[in-house]
Design a protein around this ligand. Structure first.
Ligand code: C2E
Ligand code: MG
Ligand code: MG
Ligand code: MG
Length: 280
């Protein structure tokens, strides 16, 4: 412990805690006005069908550029947004922006294009999420099956009253539900039976070391499990051709990752889907 090893260590920890606290406070202050100052934007990362290599959807990923802090990564500001409940208005903005944008893109593509949106457990604290989604789909005339929500296993562990029923209501609209970062959470497999999800998203953790330090055994196990349960599977964080081939051989349906494309600005994503259409 710091206290036992002497003053210097103790002072060091105290300083670190204080700096962390001040940093978070600064983030929080700036985040409060991020929405009204138009500092938020979405990047879109292609989700690609393994067999055809066609882009069939994208994942909307939040970006924040602040005049004082510069570019702040979601890994740093999402936890602050969750702790302060700011993720509720921000999450609603993400939903509307992704749906609005995706509907505009339908004119550019031959095949219908889907969009995946990350949802925080905090957004389920209020019970109006299904209603908000329903109204946005109506407002932008988006077919419900083109929207996918990504939730993590944690949502079910935290076991907030009503989360399950809200998910059922969202599913009943025709919206797809994917489990993000699958395999990294603490929940039991039983929830896969109780709530019928559409898709598992294999976490990058089980892809990134293939084939150097990993034989892909966990990824294979997840793919087998999904086949048994008749769930769709997408692998995230696919960076190399070898990883792509491995996933293809093991009947993974879709991939997402730098191998195909980084998350892109609206402009760059548009260029990509326009090119794809000219090839078709
Ligand atoms: P996630 O939902 O698991 O998103 C995937 C993350 O992996 C993204 O990081 C993406 O940029 C990154 N990534 C994609 N392909 C590769 C690859 O091939 N290699 C590597 N190394 N990384 C790859 P990002 O954009 O920094 O987002 C981090 C996390 O922040 C997301 O993880 C998600 O949990 C959260 N997040 C992002 N946008 C939103 C949002 O709108 N709402 C909520 N609630 N959370 C969000
Ligand atoms: Mg995600
Ligand atoms: Mg993920
Ligand atoms: Mg992840």
């Amino acid at each position: 412990y710091a206290l036992q090893t002497g003053d210097n260590t103790y002072v060091f920890y105290e300083k670190e805690i204080r700096e962390n606290y001040l940093n978070n406070l600064k983030l929080e202050t700036e985040l409060r006005s991020a929405l009204e100052n138009n500092e938020l934007s979405l990047n879109y990362q292609p989700q690609v069908q393994v067999g055809s290599r066609a882009i069939i959807a994208s994942e909307a990923l939040l970006r924040w550029h602040n005049k004082n802090l510069g570019q702040v990564s979601p890994g740093d500001f999402i936890p602050v947004a969750e702790r302060t409940n700011l993720i509720i208005p921000i999450g609603n903005w993400v939903l509307e922006e992704a749906i609005r944008q995706n509907q505009k893109w339908q004119q550019l593509t031959n095949e219908p294009l889907g969009v995946a949106v990350n949802l925080s457990p905090v957004q389920f604290k209020k019970s109006d999420l299904p209603k908000i989604i329903k109204e946005l789909l109506e407002k932008y005339q988006m077919p419900a099956e083109l929207l996918e929500v990504e939730i993590t296993e944690g949502i079910l562990v935290e076991n907030m009253v009503g989360t399950g029923s809200q998910l059922e209501q969202i599913k009943a609209l025709g919206v797809k539900v994917a489990i993000d970062d699958f395999g990294t959470g603490y929940s039991s497999l039983k929830y896969l039976q109780n709530l019928n999800f559409d898709k598992l998203k294999i976490d990058r953790e089980f892809i990134k070391d293939y084939p150097e330090n990993d034989s892909g055994s966990i990824a294979k196990t997840i793919l087998n499990l999904a086949a048994q349960l008749e769930l769709h599977v997408i692998a995230e964080g696919v960076e190399t051709h070898e990883q792509f081939l491995f996933l293809k051989e093991n009947n993974c349906h879709e991939i997402q990752g730098y191998y195909f494309s980084k998350p892109l600005s609206v402009k760059d994503f548009e260029i990509l889907i326009t090119e794809q259409n000219q090839v078709d």
